[in-house]
Design a protein around this ligand. Sequence first.
Ligand SMILES: C[S@@+](CC[C@H](N)C(=O)[O-])C[C@H]1O[C@@H](n2cnc3c(N)ncnc32)[C@H](O)[C@@H]1O
Length: 249
Amino acid sequence: MKKYIVGFAVLIMATVLFLVNFAYEPDLLATDTNYPSYYQEKAFHSRGGIGKFYLGREIAQVMGHQAMRWLERPSRENQEHPSAVVQALELKDTDIVADIGAGTGYFSFRMAPFVSEGKVLAVDIQPEMLDVIESLKQQKQVTNIETVLGEVYDPHLPENTIDLVLMVDTYHEFAFPREMMESIFNSLKIGGRVILVEYRREDPFIMIKPLHKMTQKQVKKEMKTVGLQWVDTQEFLPQQHFIVFAKSG
Ligand SMILES: C[S@@+](CC[C@H](N)C(=O)[O-])C[C@H]1O[C@@H](n2cnc3c(N)ncnc32)[C@H](O)[C@@H]1O
């Protein structure tokens, strides 16, 4: 008897966990979005996702500006080793860098001193994030960061000018990843690099929501569609991949 009660309890718990993690939005199928065929919409999807899928991956919801304090949490230093990330970028004084999905500028401000004769273009789709960067620029008297208000499908970067595009914990939130990456590709100089820092989805023990993690295989598949060449993956961070791509000649 006890065996059945335990079995029943486990079944109930598993069902609750399943239901908590998924959402059912029939409206998604009712709306005529006319997306290109590389996007699919599914009514039954993860709760943290937008119900839109790209190359087998559900796109995550955007982290709202209301949660911006999370980006500046002191524990991030230990968790994400930002100084090691910036060092691994191997920036040159004259580089023009785009920090896409810059948020509060956590990485923009760390990169700016290393591109003293160049600049950082801090791109985000939330004006509230860019307002914070502008006010921190004043406070810290930083003159080589420019904020750029992007759109969900276009970062509004000039063509053939960027040496390095950095995207930290951001790419998985792009609602239009193909269009964003095509535009990013056009903004790069020949030989320019794109570096993604993403939590490792291969590791189930990394306690980040699944849609906010990416496998290396998936990242490579998505970058290949826009013609970016994989250069290498460096695994020096405790929980994140550091994946390097380039625009070849
Ligand atoms: C989780 S935050 C990471 C911020 C920053 N990279 C950091 O590591 O502190 C992701 C940011 O990406 C931005 N974002 C999402 N989609 C975007 C898009 N299509 N273009 C530019 N920014 C985008 C969000 O507004 C948000 O500020």
